[in-house]
Ligand binder design. Structure first.
Ligand code: NAD
Ligand code: LMR
Length: 342
């Protein structure tokens, strides 16, 4: 049941000092914390010194995961909740950042959009709870299809009258992590020095790597092969896992990097922290595309500045042209799901 409550919320005000420590760090809630991504992500976040409270929620197994992680000798507090006894409310209350890796993963032969029927409902339920119990938190989502789950959260927040587009970010960092690794394999370079901007969305042809901006030259054949591998890197893992799931460990790594960047901007007030993310964007207003992934400068409110794409090659312009209609469909599907929900 989709019940609407009035909540009293203004634009989030943050009071973090530039010398914040664990003692005055942030509360991060991981929703779906007992899953394939949730567990290693929670483990990695336990090492983040900006986090004072790691709040783990899942419909199953969270007490065990939380007890286990809580023994790690870093200073943050760890709590674990399941649905019973107001678990979701307790997990979310006073959270500064929410990360959602809840939902089913793909099996071979599926697209991310095939997950919509199950994951849309899960994400909507969690967005409703976040709107009620942590309306000022910065909401970040991993659950697929990201192209549609970000619009779902946005539409829920609009219904609750708490919508601030700066505070909702779809995590597309894995595409960037993969792209830099694949380029470094091809060029024999250190992947940590390879900065590849990936824009668009997070599924198949909507993933657009801007390889012309890497400073490398590629043959046409290399460009085609590399682009395809970046666009379908997720499928590579799904196929290799043979029915047991999709990327979990590389995703946990990517999400922990993303959260760390966000916390550096939020807690430490660092400027110029950029992560490509799927956010509300004006870049393709003229095509009626409301959400788009591009380089985003992070801030205390989440999205600071959405950067333009920069110069595209002819090949990248073609990729963009192929991505936009698919993205538009995915966005509309998410928005319609909430509009048609009770
Ligand atoms: P998983 O099945 O291993 O874990 C999902 C967890 O969600 C489970 O523990 C499950 O109990 C929990 N869950 C289900 N319903 C819930 C609810 N209503 N509330 C709270 N928790 C709930 O799956 P996974 O491999 O961890 O993948 C999770 C999601 O992340 C999938 O949708 C997958 O497609 C997506 N994913 C996204 C990216 C990305 O780049 N954004 C990368 C990898 C995976
Ligand atoms: C990925 O890119 O690995 C994730 O989106 C999971 C998937 O379904 O491929």
């Amino acid at each position: 049941m989709f019940a609407f409550k009035l909540v009293n919320v203004g634009v989030a005000k943050r009071t973090f000092s530039s010398s914040a420590t664990v003692a005055n760090g942030v509360k991060v809630a991981v929703l779906g914390a007992a899953g394939g991504i949730g567990q290693p992500l929670s483990l990695l976040l336990k090492h983040n010194k900006s986090i004072s409270h790691l709040s783990l929620y899942d419909i199953v197994n969270t007490p065990g995961v939380a007890a286990d992680i809580s023994h790690i000798n870093t200073a943050s507090k760890v709590t674990g909740y399941v649905r019973e006894n107001d678990g979701l409310k307790l997990a979310l209350t006073d959270s500064d950042v929410i990360v959602i890796p809840a939902g089913v993963p793909r099996k071979p032969g599926m697209t991310r959009d095939d997950l919509f029927n199950t994951n849309a409902g899960i994400v909507k339920e969690l967005a409703v709870a976040a709107a009620e119990f942590a309306p000022k938190a910065i909401m970040t989502v991993i659950s697929n299809p990201v192209n549609s789950t970000v619009p779902i959260i946005s539409e829920v927040y609009k219904k609750y009258n708490i919508y601030d587009p700066r505070r909702i970010l779809g995590i597309t960092t894995l595409d960037v992590v993969r792209a830099s690794r694949f380029v470094s394999e091809l060029k024999g370079t250190d992947p940590s020095n390879e900065k590849v901007t990936v824009v668009g969305g997070h599924s198949g042809v909507t993933i657009i790597p801007l390889l012309s901006q890497t400073g490398h030259t590629f043959t046409d054949e290399e460009l085609k092969t590399l682009t395809h591998r970046i666009q379908f890197g997720g499928d590579e893992v799904v196929k290799a896992k043979a029915g047991t799931g999709s990327a979990t460990l590389s995703m946990a790594y990517a999400a922990s990097c993303f959260v760390d960047s966000l916390l550096r901007a939020m807690v430490k007030g660092e400027k110029g922290i950029i992560e490509p993310s799927y956010v509300k964007s004006n870049l393709f207003n003229s095509d009626n595309i409301e959400y788009f992934a591009s380089n985003v400068e992070l801030s205390a409110e989440g999205v600071g500045k959405v950067h333009p794409l920069g110069k595209l090659s002819a090949y990248e312009k073609d990729l963009l042209a192929a991505a936009l209609p698919e993205l538009k469909k995915n966005i509309a599907k998410g928005a319609e799901f909430v509009a048609n929900s009770k």
